[in-house]
Every structure is written in structure tokens, then in C-alpha cells.
Write a protein that binds this ligand. Structure first.
Ligand SMILES: [Zn+2]
Length: 166
């Protein structure tokens, strides 16, 4: 089941790549139904907070008519940043499943540990490494293609995702 939903998140990531955004995708699932989808799109929306997770969270909360998503699981291709991990805590989300770690900006295990911090009043269950190779590959392919054209550095700076600017 987790793999199936992570594949849906990967399809979201592919949508971002088509629009020249760093390819990260997310879906939110409750009762075996996808209630929110999002892909990274800060450039298109002129919105630094338009990460895949936040886009999906907003959609899911609207759909449920509730800002608390206590029974929901968020699937995302890359470890959430500090902002997105914080948003998951605010939503009291049940569970997070993600693909690749983000060594330079991860807010779940890599840099900060926000989603299950004992210092906060809610802890999200965490499972990393789901379809990790595929999640990493779509990013690497994106930056390989960009290199030599508009340049990965500029894009990474605009999106704040320096971690994958290799
Ligand atoms: Zn984020």
C-alpha cells in the first residue's frame, strides 16, 4: 500500500519537472483514499511556501473541512523541510512516509527533528526510505538535464532546494 501511494507522489513529482520546478511530489491519504495532491511549484505560484507537502495539506484540509488531519498519512518523495515538518505537526498528522533524505535541508531527521520532537505537543510517525532510489533518480535526472541550460544553481536558488544542486 505504501509503495502504491509513493508511486502516486512520484507522479506528482513528474508534473513539477514538466514545469521546470524541482521535482518533488506529495499525496495525502486517509481511509485508503487520496485526499490531497501536490507538486513543488514555488516558481509558478510566486510562493516560497508552495512546497509539494503544503500544497497537498491545504487541499486535504479543505476537502475534509478541518485543519486537523489526525487520521491522515502524507507521502512525499523527499524528506520534508523544517516548514513542511512544522506544518505536519500543526495539522496533527498521523504518519509521514518519505523517499530520499535531504542532507542539507531535511527537517525530519537530517538537520532538524521537528516531526517527532519530544519538545512539541504532537509527534508524527515517520518512515523514510520508501522507493528511495526512484525518488532520488527523478531529482538527479532533473538537475542533469538542467545543467548547461538555465543552470541548476539558479533554479536551486529560486526554489531554495540547494541540497540537490550538484
Ligand atoms: Zn518544505
Amino acid at each position: 500500500m505504501d509503495q502504491k501511494y509513493m508511486r502516486a507522489a512520484l507522479r506528482e513529482a513528474a508534473k513539477a519537472a514538466l514545469r521546470a520546478e524541482v521535482p518533488i511530489g506529495a499525496v495525502i491519504v486517509q481511509d485508503e483514499r487520496i485526499i490531497g495532491r501536490g507538486h513543488n511549484q514555488p516558481i509558478e505560484r510566486n510562493d516560497p511556501t508552495a512546497h509539494a507537502e503544503v500544497v497537498a495539506l491545504r487541499q486535504a484540509a479543505r476537502k475534509l473541512g478541518n485543519y486537523r488531519l489526525t487520521q491522515a498519512t502524507l507521502y512525499v518523495t523527499v524528506e520534508p523541510c523544517a516548514m513542511c515538518a512544522g506544518a505536519m505537526v500543526l495539522a496533527r498528522m498521523k504518519r509521514l512516509v518519505y523517499g530520499a533524505n535531504d542532507a542539507k535541508a531535511g527537517g525530519v531527521v537530517s538537520i532538524f527533528r521537528i516531526a517527532d520532537s519530544p519538545r512539541l505537543n504532537h509527534r508524527v510517525q515517520i518512515e523514510g526510505g520508501m522507493l528511495e532510489a526512484e525518488c532520488r533518480e527523478i531529482l538527479q535526472r532533473f538537475f542533469r538535464t538542467k545543467r548547461g541550460r538555465s543552470g541548476p544553481l539558479r533554479i536551486a536558488k529560486r526554489t531554495g532546494l540547494m541540497s540537490y544542486d550538484r
